[in-house]
Ligand binder design. Structure first.
Ligand SMILES: Cc1ncc(COP(=O)(O)O)c(C=O)c1O
Length: 393
């Protein structure tokens, strides 16, 4: 049967990683891969997570199944983390998932079950994996314009485009730290969008994969919370990969908001059925660690302090890189980098300039000119800025 298959298209970022690995140049710089890096280039286990692992190791007496929703205490804590103290818990239900990707897929399958004809409207650009996940669930996809390199967020054009959506369609939004642009909606824009969507019966589907990486834990969820206050129904895919640095252990949550408790229960029962048909039960380890951290006041405070240091380090790098580019280019062309948030921005280069940056200068960024802010070498920013400016000509 395999003779019917053609090789899958290679993953652009993984291909970039292997090109980087094979590049013998000493001064090469990797700004491609999407994981947080500290100043030594590593992605350490966070202190509080390490302590939680130790406690788990000492206290865990069994590895028997937890159930379809995974760790119920973790799920409750994730609702609190994402929706805050005022969360309307009577209408909210959460299931533990393997990472944010698992949550996206589970919720996409739920949309397909609930409204097989719904179109999911995704921002253009968006995280490249969004589209294959939605497609794999058999959903129709449309896009709305989100960002323009010259002018920033194209809010009016987005609204104009979404006027073409039918009641019951779903709109995919990034909770914060938009990947790949780093350009987030203002709270006024969230409010206007929430009113527009509620008025037209459009269902928000918010992907929040970088909570705590942008403006702060609560600030990063403020738009989503505002939306939840106005939306009768809503879907949220939350990831712990970045903010707890548990990438490979796979923890996240699929959260749904129903019109009332009874509807939430019904939808949740279907959501669990979806999980049953994919992975049956989610993996436990990282979610258990996240639960231990969030339940313990001291561990939680230490986690928040470490996350805050990660966040402010990226802000400093953004500011310093924008300044280095200003000096090198003698222009304000790259000033936007300082004002954007999260782990990514786009330099606004053509594919040819991206290629030259890699081939001539050993600087690796993604083809759409997305770079990982956390990978910026703090002590070589002027040198890096000079390399970027040299490919502009
Ligand atoms: C926008 C966005 N959503 C979701 C994810 C999924 O993360 P994970 O499945 O690793 O938790 C990512 C990871 O890069 C992302 O950038």
């Amino acid at each position: 049967m395999f003779e019917t298959l053609k090789p899958a298209a290679p993953d652009g970022i993984l291909a970039l990683m292997s090109l980087y690995r094979d590049d013998p140049r000493a001064g090469k710089i990797d700004l491609g891969v999407g994981v947080y890096r500290d100043e030594s280039g590593g992605t350490p286990v966070m202190r509080a997570v390490r302590e939680a692992e130790r406690r788990l190791h000492e206290s865990q007496a069994t590895k028997t199944y937890l159930g379809l929703a995974g760790d119920v205490a973790f799920n409750g804590l994730m609702i609190g983390l994402v929706f805050g103290g005022d969360a309307d818990r009577a209408r909210l239900r959460a299931a533990q998932t393997p990472g944010g990707t698992g949550a996206l897929r589970m919720l996409a399958d739920l949309i397909r079950l609930a409204r097989p004809d719904a179109t999911v409207w995704a921002p253009d650009p968006t995280w490249p994996n969004h589209l294959p996940i939605l497609r794999a669930a058999g959903l129709k996809i449309a896009s709305f314009p989100y960002y323009d390199a010259a002018t920033g967020i194209t809010f009016d054009a987005a609204i104009e485009s979404l006027k073409g959506a039918a009641a019951g369609d779903v709109v995919l939004l990034h909770g914060c730290c938009h990947n790949p642009t780093g350009a987030d909606l203002s709270l006024d824009q969230w409010a206007a969008l929430a009113d527009f969507m509620a008025g037209r019966g459009l269902v928000p589907f918010v992907d929040i994969a970088y909570q705590g990486f942008g403006q702060g834990l609560d600030e990063d969820a403020a738009g989503l919370r505002l939306m939840a206050g106005k939306a009768p129904e809503m879907l949220v895919a939350a990831s712990c990969s970045k903010n707890f640095s548990v990438y490979r252990d796979r923890a996240g949550a699929a959260i749904l908001l129903g019109r009332d408790a009874a509807q939430a229960d019904t939808a949740f029962s279907q959501l669990l059925g979806v999980g049953r048909g994919i992975w049956s039960m989610p993996p436990d380890h990282a979610a258990a660690c996240v639960r231990i951290v969030l339940e313990d006041a001291a561990l939680r405070a230490d986690w928040q302090a470490e996350l805050e240091a990660v966040r402010t380090r990226m802000l400093d790098l953004r500011r310093d890189f924008a300044e280095a580019l200003r000096r090198a280019s003698n222009s304000d062309r790259f000033d936007f980098i300082a004002g954007q948030r999260g782990m990514f921005s786009r330099l606004g280069l053509t594919q040819e300039q991206v290629r030259r940056l890699r081939d001539e200068h050993g600087v690796y960024i993604v083809g759409d000119s997305r770079f990982n802010v956390a990978g910026l070498p703090g002590d070589r920013l002027d040198e890096l800025a000079a390399r970027v400016v040299s490919v502009l000509a």
